[in-house]
Each structure stands twice: as structure tokens, then as C-alpha cells.
Design a protein around this ligand. Structure first.
Ligand SMILES: Nc1ncnc2c1ncn2[C@@H]1O[C@H](COP(=O)(O)OP(=O)(O)OP(=O)(O)O)[C@@H](O)[C@H]1O
Length: 611
């Protein structure tokens, strides 16, 4: 894959994540820009009507503002002489028009801000929704490689940068540009020679702006990268707080966080350094131009080549012309920040799920639960092969315990059966149907995975149990809880099934957490259950409770359990011992103990640990 096409897709795959580097080569940079613009186009196209309305408002509003100096000129050069001759009419007319233009300009500018804000807010809402929906849609492969902190910074600080641009900057940029354009045209209308003085001044202003643009583009990328790193570190530390405290990593983490914080501060300071040169540079150019226009115009007034009113108008226009440039410089910061953010968000949105939904799924409304791996070879991404040519058949209803040393490929096998990943070669079949041909609805109904961490979401115990079947009745939820033996515990909570978990009064132990997740799986009633048994040890009564719950859960269904406990292995119909991605022993627990191989040794070690 070429760099540009990877950047076009988003480029997280592989070790160099494009959004973590601020130095992109030219081709990648162009591809990233194009991708961002495409996204912006997609977002703006359906909103062209309100955009056109905002555009009309700003044109009228700016015309109202630009009319001022022209009217001053008319006042000085025509209305005042007429008044001297005893005719106050022109002065009244000029004064009245000035008032109308000022009011119209103000009203339209205000309406423009509101109209632009409505468009901006709806774009932001859509983007926020898209990012969330898209991240959910992406396969596990993405989530295992793109750290959660980075996803969070896409959804928070990047969208925030875009909000800042839309809220203040963008409306300002458009009105500033408009004001400059109309002011320039009006200046040429009043006195084209003075217009040429302005054009001369634009040359250094242009060079200064180009310099600023180049420097700040790089610096803003650096700033966003530094900010994302800071967020990643924070999220990582907070989610791993137990490990941090257990291993007294606080000072090390603190030091690392401080370094990242300093890098972020330095990145911000560098930006201010560039701004600090750009802004005064522009002010200087502006003032020199006003002085030049005054000298040149004054000489011509003296000479009789220019009316006094025209000179006043020229000076007002030249002064006004440079005000928006300074504003533009400030908005440019917001723009840079937002462009960098848009590049990253568009990268995330360009990611494609690696596990794709079939176009014409084979229906499987009622799975029996036979699982077969047919010559399956698998490796992560472009990494080494983890499972080489695996053949395995698990008849419907069989409970299989997977054991083996760490890194042997047990979880990988589980992730293939649940189709969190697709095999590189070979097929994974459920009831004879390739899992790639099943709709995700059928597959997720038939195959449920219970993970080690048994994640509980904020909400009530009832909602947590009914996660896979939200339409389940209270009686069904309770029956599931009874079946796995967690009903009494739930009843003992302050508000029973309505207790909010993870809040005060709703704290659950790891064993209870597992039982709730068993109840959740029981209620979902899948034909195949894949279970990564928790490694944390429970006390004996707790272990018995979990074991009993497990047995009820397993009855009549196919189960693949990554087993960490002797008691679990003993209730299995079959044990598979894995080493380096291959099954090295396969049989009933009794048979394997008798065979005196690896499992027998493991079995002995487990038994010894119990006495
Ligand atoms: N997301 C991943 N990306 C790349 N390689 C991975 C990923 N997950 C696992 N691996 C690699 O695949 C191999 C098998 O890992 P797997 O998690 O399946 O082992 P396991 O038998 O479940 O181990 P454990 O009992 O420690 O969980 C290991 O070498 C591991 O480093």
C-alpha cells in the first residue's frame, strides 16, 4: 500500500499512525487535505440553502459597512458645498443614507451570525454522530490497535477545535474576506491611484502571511499531536489506575505526564511566538500604507488632483482594509487548529471495518451450534501467523475447555469463532455455514462471547442483564438471574433489579459481576457460548457459586471456554490443549489425565494448588 492511499484510508494500520506525526510528506499531506475537503463537502452540500441565505446576508451586511466612507466623501465634496450655497437637501440625504446603510449593515451582520451558527451547529452535530457511529461500526482489529485515548481525543478535543472555528472563526473569516474585497473595490472606485498604493502594500503582507501560514500549519499539527498524546496518557493512566497504584508507578507516570504536558505547553508557546511576529508585522505594514496614502493623497489634494472628501474616504478605506487582515490572522489560528482536527477526524471516518457484513447473507434463524474450523490460518494484520492450518470440529451441545500456555492462541481462536476477526485462509463454519455469510444479527444471536472483564454499563442491574434482549420481560430477567444463581444477591441490593450499578449501593464484586454477565448470556440464549473465564481467583463459596451458575449456563449449548480453573475443566466434555496455535492434545479430561502429557501436568499443578 502506498503512503498516500494509506493516508487516504486513515492510516492507522501498521506501526506509523499518520495522525501521530506532524511531518507528513507532500503526497500524504495532499491526500489528507483532499480527504478532509471531501468530508467538509459531504457535510455542507445538503445545507446549501441555509448557506446561501447566510451568504446573501453577509453580502448585504458588508455593503452596508463599506458604503460609509463613500458617503463621507459625498458629504464632504458635494453636500457641504451645497449647504454653503444654502441647500441643506444633499446633506440630509447623505446623512439619512448613512444611517440606513449602517442600520442595514448591522442588522444583516447580526442575522448572518445567527444563520451561520445554525449551519455550523448542525454540521457539528452530524460529525459528532458520525464519529460515534463509525467508531462503533469498526471492527475489533481497529479498536485493538487505535488506542481508546486517541478515539476519545477525536470525539473531544478535535471536535472542540472544529466547534471553535465554526462558532467564532469561520463567520469572522468570511465576513473579513468579504469586507476586504468590497473595501478594495470601493477604494479603486474612489481613487484608483491610491488603490495601487494598497496593491503595493499587499506584496509584503502576502509574503508575511505565507510565512505565517507555513510555520503555523506545522506548529498546529504539532500542537494537536501533543494534545492527543496528553489525553492518551491520561486515559491510559486512569483506566489502568489499579495497576499504576499496585506497582507504585505514580512517580513514573507523573514524570511521563509532566513531560507530555511540557511538550504541549511548548507547542502552544511556539504558536504564540509565530503569532507574536505576524500580528505586529501586519500592523506595521497597515500603518506604513496609511502614511503612504496620506502623503501621496495630500500632495495631490494640494495639487488639485484629488478632492478632500475623496482623500478622507481613501484613508478610511486603507485603514479598514488592514483591520480584517489582522482579524484573519487570528482566525487563521482557529482555522489551522480545525484543519488539523478535521484531517484526523476524516482519517477516522475513512477507516473501513475489516470484518464486513455479507451482501447476501445466508439466513440462520435457529442455529444448532455446530462449530467447525476448516484449515484455518490466521495472523493479526500483516503480522506473523498465530494459528497455522487449524482443523477443529465441535459438535452441537459440546462443552470444550481450551487450555494452554499464555500466547498459545486461545483468545485468538475465540475471536475467530465469534467473528471479531476473519481467517486469513480457510473457513469458520457454524452449522455448516461460513460465518462470513451470516448476517451480523444472526451471528450475534447464535454466538455470544462472555469476556473476562464482564463489563457492566451504567444503568440498572435489570438493564445490564437484558443487554442482549432489551425487550425481555421482568420475569424473564429474573428467571435468568435465578438460573445462574445471582437472584438472591440482586434482591439484597438497595433497589433490587432497579439498583444502578457502578454507583453507591450498586457496587458489585468481581464474582457477582461475572454472575450478572452469565445471566446476561443466559437471557440472550445463544446456541454457542464463547467464554473467557476470569483469571482472578474467587474465594471458595464464590467459586462454587460461579461454577454452579456456569453449569446452568452451559447446559444444552455449545461452549468454548478459555479455562483458567480446574473446576471448569472438570465439567467440560472435552479439553483442547493449545501450543503455538496448534491443538496438541484433544480428549475428555479423564483421557488426557491418563495420557500423562501436558494436560496431566497442568492438572496435577492445579490440584496441588488446591491443597
Ligand atoms: N491484537 C493483536 N494484535 C497482534 N497480535 C496479537 C493480538 N492479540 C494477540 N496477539 C498475538 O497472538 C498470539 C496469540 O495470542 P492469544 O491472545 O490468542 O493467546 P492466549 O492463548 O489467549 O493467551 P492468554 O492465555 O495469555 O490470553 C500471541 O503471540 C499474541 O502476541
Amino acid at each position: 500500500m502506498t503512503t498516500s492511499s494509506r493516508a487516504d484510508r486513515g492510516g492507522w494500520a501498521g506501526d506509523a499512525h499518520s495522525d501521530d506525526t506532524s511531518l507528513l510528506d507532500r503526497a500524504t499531506s495532499t491526500a489528507v487535505r483532499r480527504r478532509s475537503l471531501r468530508l467538509l463537502g459531504e457535510l455542507l452540500r445538503p445545507r446549501w440553502r441555509p448557506l446561501a441565505w447566510a451568504g446573501a446576508l453577509i453580502v448585504v451586511g458588508t455593503l452596508g459597512q463599506v458604503a460609509g466612507p463613500l458617503l463621507v466623501q459625498a458629504g464632504v465634496d458635494s453636500a457641504l458645498p451645497a449647504l454653503r450655497d444654502g441647500d441643506p437637501g444633499p446633506l440630509v440625504a447623505v446623512g439619512g443614507t448613512y444611517l440606513v446603510a449602517a442600520v442595514l449593515g448591522g442588522v444583516c451582520a447580526g442575522a448572518y451570525v445567527r444563520a451561520a451558527a445554525r449551519v455550523a451547529q448542525s454540521v457539528l452535530l452530524e460529525l459528532r454522530r458520525r464519529v460515534f457511529r463509525h467508531t462503533q461500526r469498526l471492527s475489533l482489529e481497529f479498536h485493538e490497535s487505535y488506542t481508546s485515548g486517541r478515539v476519545i481525543s477525536r470525539q473531544t478535543s478535535d471536535l472542540e477545535a472544529l466547534r471553535e472555528l465554526f462558532d467564532g472563526g469561520l463567520t469572522g473569516v468570511v465576513s473579513s474576506l468579504m469586507l476586504m474585497l468590497f473595501t478594495g473595490v470601493a477604494l479603486f472606485v474612489v481613487d484608483w491611484r491610491s488603490g495601487l498604493v494598497l496593491v503595493g502594500a499587499l506584496v509584503p503582507a502576502w509574503w508575511l502571511t505565507r510565512w505565517f501560514q507555513r510555520r503555523s500549519q506545522l506548529l498546529y499539527r504539532e500542537q494537536r499531536t501533543a494534545s492527543a498524546r496528553l489525553i492518551v496518557k491520561f486515559v491510559e493512566t486512569m483506566t489502568g489506575m489499579r495497576a499504576v497504584q499496585a506497582f507504585r508507578r505514580e512517580p513514573a507516570v507523573d514524570a511521563a505526564y509532566s513531560v507530555l504536558g511540557e511538550e504541549y505547553r511548548d507547542a502552544n508557546l511556539r504558536i504564540f511566538g509565530v503569532n507574536g511576529r505576524y500580528q505586529p508585522g501586519l500592523v506595521l505594514i497597515g500603518n506604513v500604507t496609511v502614511a503612504a496614502a496620506l502623503a501621496y493623497g495630500g500632495w495631490r489634494v494640494y495639487d488639485g488632483g484629488l478632492e478632500l472628501g475623496a482623500l478622507v474616504a481613501v484613508l478610511l478605506y486603507v485603514k479598514r482594509f488592514f483591520q480584517p487582515i489582522q482579524q484573519l490572522g487570528m482566525f487563521y489560528n482557529a482555522l489551522q487548529s480545525a484543519v488539523a482536527a478535521l484531517e484526523k477526524v476524516s482519517g477516522l471516518l475513512a477507516e473501513e471495518p475489516t470484518v464486513v457484513e455479507p451482501r447476501h447473507p445466508t439466513p440462520l434463524p435457529r442455529a444448532r451450534g455446530e462449530v467447525r474450523l476448516d484449515d484455518v490460518t490466521f495472523g493479526y494484520g500483516r503480522g506473523p501467523v498465530v494459528l497455522p492450518a487449524l482443523d477443529l470440529t465441535i459438535p452441537a451441545g459440546q462443552t470444550v475447555a481450551l487450555v494452554g500456555s499464555t500466547g498459545a492462541g486461545k483468545s485468538t481462536l475465540a475471536k475467530l469463532v465469534t467473528r471479531f476477526y476473519d481467517a486469513r485462509e480457510g473457513r469458520v463454519l457454524l452449522d455448516g455455514v461460513d460465518v462470513r455469510d451470516l448476517s451480523s444479527a444472526d451471528l450475534r444471536r447464535a454466538v455470544v462471547m462472555v469476556t473476562q472483564e464482564a463489563y457492566l454499563f451504567s444503568g440498572t442491574v435489570r438493564e445490564n442483564i437484558a443487554l442482549g434482549r432489551p425487550e425481555a420481560t421482568d420475569a424473564e430477567v429474573e428467571a435468568a438471574a435465578r438460573a445462574v444463581g445471582v437472584h438472591d444477591f440482586v434482591q439484597s441490593l438497595s433497589q433490587g433489579y432497579d439498583t444502578e450499578v457502578n454507583k453507591r449501593g450498586g457496587r458489585v464484586s468481581s464474582g457477582q459481576r461475572q454472575l450478572i454477565s452469565f445471566a446476561r448470556a443466559f437471557l440472550a440464549d445463544p446456541a454457542v457460548l464463547v467464554l473467557d473465564e476470569a483469571t482472578s481467583s474467587l474465594d471458595l463459596p464464590g467459586e462454587r457459586l460461579v461454577q454452579r451458575g456456569l453449569q446452568t449456563l452451559l447446559a444444552d449449548r455449545t461452549a468454548l471456554i478459555i479455562a483458567h480453573r480446574l473446576s471448569t475443566v472438570e465439567i467440560a466434555d472435552r479439553v483442547l490443549v493449545m501450543e503455538h496455535g496448534t491443538v496438541v492434545e484433544d480428549g475428555t479430561p479423564g483421557e488426557l489425565v491418563a495420557r500423562r502429557g501436558r494436560f496431566a501436568a497442568l492438572h496435577r499443578a492445579w490440584q496441588d494448588s488446591l491443597v
